[in-house]
Design a protein around this ligand. Structure first.
Ligand SMILES: Cc1cc2nc3c(=O)[nH]c(=O)nc-3n(C[C@H](O)[C@H](O)[C@H](O)COP(=O)(O)O)c2cc1C
Length: 280
C-alpha cells in the first residue's frame, strides 16, 4: 500500500487527459470504491457515480460545459448530496477520499465546481430533485503534455503556490504560529492539509492547535464572492477535503481521535468555526 502522504503529494489538478481508457482491473477497483456507501464525519451521506461519457449522445457531450478547460476526459466522478447542516463538508470529505483512492490507483483527476454544465451531468447521473450536484471530476490518465489551457488555468489560480505554515496553522490562538516541532506527530497530517486542493487555490483552512485539550480546531476563512454558487459553498467543500487529508494521515499513523463540535472553539471570531479533531 502506498503511504497516503505520498499519494497526496502525487495528486494535482489534471486538465488534459490521454486518449486511452482506464484499465479494466483499475476501473473495477475504482467502481467498487465509488459504489460503496459513504458517510462523512457529520453523518451526511453523499452518493457517487462514475459516468462513462461515451454513453452520451454527441449533442449532450457538447453541452457538458467542460469545454476549453478539460481535454479528452471520458470518465467522470459525479457526487450528489441533499442540503443539510455540514452537508458540503461531508461531501468534500467523502469525495476527496475517492480522489485519493483514484490517485493511489495511478489515475489523475481534477475537482470541478464551476466549469461544468450541471444539467447535462445531472441527467447522466440521475440527479434527484432533492439533491445537489456540487462538483464533478474527470478521471483518467494524464496526457503526455499538458494543454495550453491547462497551464493557463494553473497560473490563473496560482495552483503552485501554497500558503506557508505560519499563515494557516496556529498554536492556541490566531496570530501565534504553530511550528512543526510543536505539532509533533501531527505535523505530517497538517502538511497534508496544506497540500490539499481548494477552489481557486484559496486555501481557506485555518487550524488552531489546543495543546492542553489535545484538539485541532478547524476554521474557514471565507473569501468574498465565494459564498454560494447554486446553493453550494465550494469553500465548505474545501474544508471537507482538509478534514479528509488530516483524517487519512492520522489514521494511517495510528493516532486515535474523532471529529466533534466544540463550543469553546466558537470563541475565536477571526474565522468561521467548522469542527475539531479531538485526540482520544
Ligand atoms: C471544490 C473545488 C472546486 C474546483 N473547481 C475548479 C473548476 O471549476 N475548474 C478548474 O479548472 N479547477 C477547479 N478546481 C481546482 C483548483 O483550481 C486546484 O485544486 C487548485 O488550483 C490547486 O491546484 P492543484 O489541485 O493542482 O494542487 C477546484 C478545486 C476544488 C477543491
Amino acid at each position: 500500500m502506498t503511504p497516503v502522504s505520498e499519494i497526496i503529494r502525487r495528486r494535482y489538478s489534471c486538465r488534459s487527459y490521454a486518449d486511452r481508457p482506464v484499465e479494466d482491473t483499475v476501473l473495477q477497483t475504482l467502481r467498487t470504491a465509488v459504489s460503496a456507501p459513504q458517510e462523512g464525519p457529520f453523518a451526511n451521506r453523499p452518493r457517487f457515480v462514475l459516468l462513462a461519457m461515451e454513453a452520451l449522445s454527441r449533442a449532450e457531450w457538447k453541452k457538458l460545459g467542460t469545454y476549453g478547460v478539460i481535454h479528452n476526459a471520458r470518465l467522470f466522478l459525479a457526487g450528489m448530496i441533499g442540503p443539510a447542516p455540514l452537508a458540503m463538508v461531508d461531501y468534500g470529505y467523502c469525495k476527496e477520499s475517492l480522489i485519493v483512492t483514484a490517485t493511489g490507483l495511478g489515475l489523475n483527476t481534477c475537482w470541478l465546481g464551476g466549469t461544468f454544465a450541471i444539467s447535462a451531468f445531472g441527467r447522466a447521473a440521475g440527479l434527484d430533485r432533492s439533491e445537489l450536484l456540487p462538483t464533478i471530476s474527470p478521471v483518467g490518465y494524464a496526457a503526455p503534455r499538458p494543454s495550453l489551457t491547462d497551464r493557463v488555468m494553473r497560473g490563473f489560480a496560482g495552483s503552485d503556490r501554497r500558503l506557508p505554515w505560519e499563515k494557516i496553522f496556529f498554536a492556541g490562538r490566531p496570530g501565534e504560529p504553530l511550528s512543526q516541532e510543536a505539532a509533533g506527530p501531527f505535523a505530517e497530517a497538517l502538511e497534508n492539509v496544506r497540500l490539499a486542493p481548494s477552489a481557486s487555490n484559496k486555501q481557506p483552512w485555518r487550524i488552531v492547535y489546543d495543546a492542553s485539550g489535545r484538539a485541532f480546531r478547524f476554521y474557514l476563512a471565507r473569501s468574498l464572492g465565494y459564498r454560494h454558487l447554486r446553493d453550494v459553498s465550494l469553500q465548505e467543500i474545501d474544508m471537507g477535503i482538509a478534514l479528509c487529508h488530516f483524517d487519512l494521515t492520522v489514521r494511517e499513523m495510528g493516532l486515535a481521535g474523532n471529529w466533534r463540535h466544540d463550543d469553546a472553539a466558537t470563541a475565536i471570531k477571526s474565522w468561521e468555526y467548522v469542527a475539531s479533531w479531538q485526540a482520544e
